[in-house]
Design a protein around this ligand. Structure first.
Ligand SMILES: Cc1cc2nc3c(=O)[nH]c(=O)nc-3n(C[C@H](O)[C@H](O)[C@H](O)COP(=O)(O)O)c2cc1C
Length: 167
């Protein structure tokens, strides 16, 4: 699958088969994350990969908008050190993870963390240093059904040539 196909076919997946994801594939997905651009080249990120079922259930309980993390065989917690552009950097890495998962034929879903009140509650269970910021949690696994078709605003509406409003 090429990059354009991965970008255009990716959709959030919230229902997963119980099958484990190959460790080499998980490593490749995280490897793709670290190639994302970062402000001033800081690379402030750390990626905590959780496959343990009990821990995923605990995460799903705390991060209540991501209950499906309990069923996904892999959960990646994306953290960043509090640099100036930590959020942009963490989001760029997150998108790389979603696209790499798609290219590997896996489903995934971004669960927001940075602005959620539960963000700091995951530090202790995951053994993360207090000053790190939770960017998001990403559920990854083999999809239980074909990806949904979330509507996207049409290109003609969002593309402005030279000046806003010129379609
Ligand atoms: C910053 C951010 C936070 C999100 N948080 C959640 C979440 O907590 N739970 C969830 O099920 N989906 C979450 N999503 C996924 C969005 O709901 C999803 O991307 C959106 O509905 C568009 O669908 P698509 O990903 O299939 O294109 C989040 C996405 C982003 C970018």
């Amino acid at each position: 699958m090429d990059a354009i196909e991965a970008i255009k076919s990716r959709r959030s997946c919230r229902e997963f088969l119980p099958d484990a994801v190959d460790k080499a594939v998980i490593k490749d997905i995280i490897d793709c994350a670290r190639f994302a651009p970062t402000g001033w080249g800081k690379q402030p990120w750390e990626f905590v990969v959780v496959t343990d079922k009990a821990m995923r259930e605990r995460i799903a309980e705390i991060a209540y908008y991501g209950r499906f993390i309990a069923q996904a065989p892999v959960c990646v917690a994306v953290y960043c050190r509090p640099t100036t552009f930590y959020l942009e950097d963490g989001c760029a890495a997150t998108q790389n993870i979603l696209l790499a998962a798609t290219a590997h034929g896996l489903g995934s879903c971004w669960v927001g963390g940075d602005k959620q009140e539960f963000a700091d509650k995951l530090h202790a269970p995951l053994g993360v240093e207090e000053d790190l910021k939770l960017i998001c949690l990403i559920a990854i696994g083999h999809p239980a059904k074909p990806a949904g078709k979330a509507e996207k605003r049409p290109l003609a509406e969002v593309l402005h040539w030279e000046q806003f409003g010129r379609h």
